[in-house]
Ligand binder design. Structure first.
Ligand code: SF4
Ligand code: SF4
Length: 504
């Protein structure tokens, strides 16, 4: 089921590093997957790449878990937003997320009754066309859970339009102390595999590859067992587990493209065009199968809580849970650990206001780290930053150019290739924050690049024609099967006699 080759890109941070990326067994063994049910949720209308959804509830409304509270405007590149708790809408107002995004948000006070929308019942008819599958995923509000939050339906539709042959599932979670994706694989392997198989079939890919670190034996075994079961229903697909060396940041698409296909994906190019492949995060695949099989929209996710005093901890939380509630539930008081990071400790953003900062669809980890002042000196030209940079640029030289306002020269030196991985700042003995300056410069260019990629392909996306979900209906009822774009044939149907994954 897996070839013996172990793939990797060059450079990055290595196993055995002080952050202990690969030997996290003490952390992994401490993992407990528990549910946290917050007193209130804050649901930003923009948790995805695209324009914000528009709230469709008002203060005073009573809502049920699974109910849609925000919808995209007609034709907008956006996804709906659903609540994972029942209760009362207390406010709708603009908030600023730690990444600087300003967005309207729906505030809901949890009545702790866990009342679900009646229509959230497992789907009985799993004979779905590609357009229906993509429509369900779109209506479920699913966006990429491991990256920029690109709407999954749009990415699937684009991959289908480009007739990719390979469907890649990123199980390579390599950020320090973050194991939410790995926990998803161990706890819900059938959901990950079935979701990936259904999506692969929807885009027309024939080969389904699960990319995972060679050292992840438990997760590999869980995937292998699920693949054996899924093969019965997806005999038109070939399944394979591809092993990678554990190294940070292993799962980035350009590095995957280089490692797996030995292809360089340049700025402005996609993995679809360059490698005939499309790459999705494994937690996103789990969410897709929840929507397809159980009719459940994206309203909760697994996240890791990491911090010295509490060790490792994975929790299943409603989207919108305030970080302060996670911290209160999971960490012992420790005055030395008082920097809260929205994300992992290499690339995350420090939170100023945990009371009003929610877990969003892309939050995979909340880290609590020591507040230590790092001594800063001038560059000592040790070259460590260049040695570890996974995209082979020279962070120290680019940093100096940017400090002198030489943006054009920095571009020529490859600054726009920066993937904001944080490795250079982490290894710098002079304590220079190279990443912030270089990543900010690179990301300005990337917004334009990503926008144009999506806009240029908007015609192929078939995205705006998908029906918008009504607030009170199920994803199934909403999708009435009027499939004007595609004739449904037996070959195209997805038959899923699925007997359930491992639920907790
Ligand atoms: S320059 Fe960018 S890609 Fe290179 S190590 Fe620094 S943050 Fe990572
Ligand atoms: S790691 Fe820091 S000190 Fe060493 S060359 Fe890079 S910027 Fe200079």
């Amino acid at each position: 089921m897996s070839d013996r080759k172990i793939y990797s890109f060059y450079k990055g941070l290595f196993p055995g590093d002080v952050l202990n990326f690969s030997k996290r067994s003490p952390f992994v063994k401490e993992i407990m997957l528990e549910r946290i049910y917050p007193r209130r949720v804050i649901l930003p209308m923009k948790m995805h790449y695209g324009v914000p959804a528009v709230p469709i509830v008002k203060a005073g409304d009573l809502v049920k878990a699974g109910q849609c509270v925000g919808l995209p405007e007609k034709g907008a590149f956006s996804v709906p937003v659903h609540t994972g708790v029942s209760g009362k809408v207390t406010d709708i107002k603009e908030i600023t997320l730690p990444n600087g995004i300003r967005t309207p948000a729906v505030f809901i006070e949890n009545d702790m009754k866990r009342t679900r929308l009646e229509s959230l019942k497992p789907r009985t008819n799993l004979k779905l066309s590609a357009t229906e599958t993509i429509g369900i995923i779109r209506n479920a509000g699913i966006c990429g859970m491991g990256g920029e939050g690109i709407p999954t339906a749009a990415k699937l539709a684009r991959a289908r339009g480009k007739a990719v042959t390979d469907f890649l599932v990123n199980c390579l979670q390599s950020e320090p102390y973050s194991t939410s994706d790995l926990t998803a694989i161990v706890e819900y392997p059938d959901y990950v595999v079935m979701g990936a198989a259904a999506c692969a079939r929807a885009v027309g890919a024939k080969k389904l590859y699960f990319l995972i670190s060679s050292g992840r034996k438990t997760e590999r075994a869980a995937l292998a067992a699920s693949i054996s079961r899924a093969k019965r229903d997806f005999d038109d697909l070939t399944f394979e587990i591809k092993l990678f060396r554990e190294r940070f940041p292993q799962g980035y698409y350009r590095l995957v493209g280089k490692a797996l296909y030995n292809r360089d994906i340049d700025e402005g190019e996609t993995i679809e065009d360059t490698c005939d492949a499309v790459l999705f995060n494994c937690s996103t695949m789990l969410a897709c199968w929840e929507a397809i099989s159980d009719n459940i929209p994206m309203m909760s996710r697994i996240i890791s809580l990491s911090g010295g005093s509490s060790g490792g901890h994975n929790v299943l939380v409603p989207i919108g849970t305030p970080v302060s509630e996670l911290i209160a539930n999971s960490f012992t008081e420790d005055s030395t650990e008082n920097r809260i990071i929205w994300g992992n400790c290499l690339t995350g953003i420090e939170i100023e206001d945990p009371e009003n900062t929610p877990v969003i669809k892309m939050t995979s980890v909340i880290s609590v780290v020591r507040k230590a002042e790092i001594p800063r000196t001038a560059c000592i030209h040790c070259g460590l930053c260049s040695e570890c940079c996974p995209v082979s640029i020279s962070p120290n030289i680019i940093f100096e150019m940017l400090a002198q306002g030489l943006g054009q020269k920095a571009s020529e030196e490859g600054a726009r290739r920066c993937i904001s991985c944080g490795c250079c700042s982490y290894v710098c003995p002079a304590g220079i924050d190279l990443t912030s300056a270089i990543a900010e410069f690179a990301n300005k260019g990337k917004v334009i690049e990503t926008n144009s990629l999506l806009d240029n392909n908007a015609a192929d996306l078939d995205y705006s024609v998908l029906p918008a979900p009504a607030a009170e209906t199920s994803l199934l009822e909403d999708y009435d099967g009027e499939d004007k774009e595609e004739e449904k044939t037996d070959d195209d149907a997805i038959v899923l006699p699925f007997d359930g994954g491992k639920k907790i």
